[in-house]
Write a protein that binds this ligand. Sequence first.
Ligand SMILES: O=C(O)C(=O)C[C@]1(C(=O)O)C=C[C@@H](O)C=C1
Length: 259
Amino acid sequence: MGDSEKGKGSYLDSLLNLDSLRKSLIRQEDTIIFSLIERSKYPINSPLYNDTGPGDLSSSLLEFFIKESEGLQAKVGRYASPEENAFFPNNLPSSLLDPPNHAPVLHPPAAAVNINEKILNLYLRTLLPLISVEGDDGNYAVTAASDLQCLQTLSRRIHLGKFVAEVKFRDAPEDYIPAIRAKDREALMKLLTFQKVEEKIIKRVEKKAMIFGQEVELDENDNKGKCKVDPCVVSRLYGEWVIPLTKFVEVEYLLRRLD
Ligand SMILES: O=C(O)C(=O)C[C@]1(C(=O)O)C=C[C@@H](O)C=C1
């Protein structure tokens, strides 16, 4: 087996193992928190989000930026990965690369679950005002790039729920199949919930936001203790949106698992 084959084997194994998926979710907390810290450098820059952009642009400047960026990334194979979901999946160009030659990990009809519209609305309406200050510094390109980074890291984390659901289903099909057949969302939610795991995550992300967002000074007395992103916003983000949306993806995936 060549190096690339070995790599593929362990990559697929890691997507079918609850411990390694949870490790990946923990590592993604760092990426999400750093992306929020980056976005908080810029003010809201609201002209980016106006319904119509400059000139004859019929969408917001941010939507235009996301569509064009996704088009470019699609050509380099981003959406050939089952972990990636586009915000504007219609009419994306094909990848220039050969498709991956391993068996799909996810159940094909269920793999199409995509809740990015919800994530985008939540980001724009609720999260952005909590992490950026009022104002307009005209830095629209870097602000849009920063928005896209936040959106993609959040989307990746939340949609990893499909893999978590697949592993849980494979581990105990006899528990899940009756609830899926009965389309019983509540029973599915109960089966896939681990309260203790959630409580730990919410505490950990608050602590990480406190540590990652500190001003680092050589003289400890100069550290005023102000964080770049409010740790309470990060724990709220996880408790009220990230974890519930991940669970929503898990349920949506499972409901299609027997199709
Ligand atoms: O770790 C799991 O079992 C998951 O399903 C992921 C997750 C999460 O979003 O972090 C969601 C539901 C569980 O209650 C715990 C954690």
